[in-house]
Write a protein that binds this ligand. Structure first.
Ligand SMILES: NC(=O)c1ccc[n+]([C@@H]2O[C@H](COP(=O)([O-])OP(=O)(O)OC[C@H]3O[C@@H](n4cnc5c(N)ncnc54)[C@H](O)[C@@H]3O)[C@@H](O)[C@H]2O)c1
Length: 365
């Protein structure tokens, strides 16, 4: 356990009133989002950055005025006084880096996907429990107010028994240059390559859309999945990257509550930069969340609107971001959602998708 500063008489007081010191590991694209969000929060200070690429970490720390600059996570963890770490390394490093952090008794907000498979995710859950650290996963579409309102209405029984759903995550970065050129930028190329720890679109944004569905509607009981990897380059290779990770996925699933529906994700959705949506159809109404339309409103079809098929827009109340939840959890000692356990359950569904695709059969999750 870290030492309690003499200014505070109890650990509780220390956790409540002192400045929360945060380090960011992996200082590429997503780390910028973490840094910007922490800088908006009162009582939070970014104290260190760490990246195996010295140029990346130097530029990142300069940009955000961060003093501690490291290329070795263990050196950073032993030299700096840190309360929490944001882990924004590529997917394949989440396990080893997060475990190193937790073993020091430091709280962690890890990027999605929590790990590359359920076994690794479970190991991370176990270490978090053993070390009693706050553990959260940045399933970032939980930052929308809309999904919390949808969850509340669904759990209140507003649309009755769920019968059918459609959840979809559409990206187009393999056909557009909106986020840069995937043919040249490492940040996109590692996402296309199994050897570089990518589980393709399923592992990358499939985790988001599975969470976006199951957070309001409940967990998956069984699924059937088809994955497709398209030819994208000569010999399907660019630089050191073999382009063998899946680009599109189609899942038909049954939830534990008996509802059936589809979950789809692709990087080839021309015309859609980053569109996340879910529609829940119950026997007393329906709820539609479409983040391309709005993060702060949802649409419902209820009561007398059911016969003509009319939809009404509902404004949703403000909810905290994952960054706020992480900091609040550190302050209060109460672990908010989405935590490692929640993300591990999503990972279990992802594992089942790979088995289903390989064996072309329905798999129990
Ligand atoms: N929540 C979201 O919506 C969202 C969005 C984008 C990315 N992500 C996730 O964030 C993570 C990072 O993605 P990105 O787009 O920033 O990738 P990136 O390639 O742009 O950046 C990753 C950085 O990590 C560094 N790195 C690699 N191995 C490391 C290690 N062992 N220790 C320290 N640093 C290391 C790299 O040098 C690089 O600077 C991924 O897991 C990705 O899935 C999440």
């Amino acid at each position: 356990m870290r030492k309690v500063s003499s200014k505070y008489s109890t650990l509780l007081e220390y956790e409540r009133f002192k400045m929360i010191k945060i380090a960011i590991v992996g200082t590429g694209g997503m780390a910028h989002m973490h840094a910007r969000n922490y800088q908006k929060l009162k009582g939070v200070k970014l104290v260190a950055g760490c990246d195996v690429n010295p140029e990346n970490v130097k530029n990142f720390c300069k940009k955000f005025g961060i003093k501690g600059i490291y290329t070795d996570i263990n050196e950073m963890l032993s030299k700096e006084e840190i309360d929490g770490v944001s882990n924004a390394t590529p997917d394949q490093y989440h396990k080893e880096t997060s475990i190193a952090v937790m073993k020091k008794g430091i709280h962690i907000l890890c990027e999605k996907p929590l790990a590359l498979n359920y076994k690794d995710a479970k190991k991370m859950v176990d270490v978090a429990k053993q070390k009693k650290v706050i553990n959260m996963v940045n399933l970032s579409y939980r930052d929308s107010f809309a999904i919390h309102k949808a969850q509340e209405l669904f759990q209140n029984g507003t649309i009755g028994k769920l019968k059918h759903f459609n959840a979809s995550y559409l990206q187009s970065w393999l056909v557009s240059n909106q986020w840069g050129d995937w043919r040249t930028a490492d940040t996109w190329l590692w996402r296309l390559s199994k050897d570089h720890g990518s589980n393709g679109v399923l592992g990358d944004v499939g985790v988001h859309i599975i969470d976006f569905l199951t957070f309001p509607a409940g967990n998956i009981k069984s699924l059937h999945c088809q994955l497709k990897t398209f030819d994208k380059a000569k010999n399907n290779k660019i630089k050191k990257y073999k382009l063998d990770a899946n680009d599109s996925c189609i899942i038909s699933a049954e939830l534990q509550n008996g509802a059936v529906g589809t979950i789809t994700a692709t990087r080839f959705a021309t015309g859609h930069i980053n569109d996340v949506s879910v529609v829940l159809y119950g026997d007393k109404g329906a709820i539609k969340v479409d983040l391309a339309n709005s993060y702060n409103t949802i649409q419902v079809c209820l009561g007398k609107d059911i016969n003509p098929g009319n939809w009404k827009t509902i404004k949703c109340k403000k909810t905290p971001s994952n960054y706020q939840r992480f900091i609040n959890s550190i302050k209060t000692g109460k672990n908010d959602q989405p935590n490692f356990q929640t993300a591990a359950v999503v990972q279990k569904a992802i594992d089942a998708c790979f088995v289903s695709d390989k064996q072309n059969k329905t798999i129990k999750v």
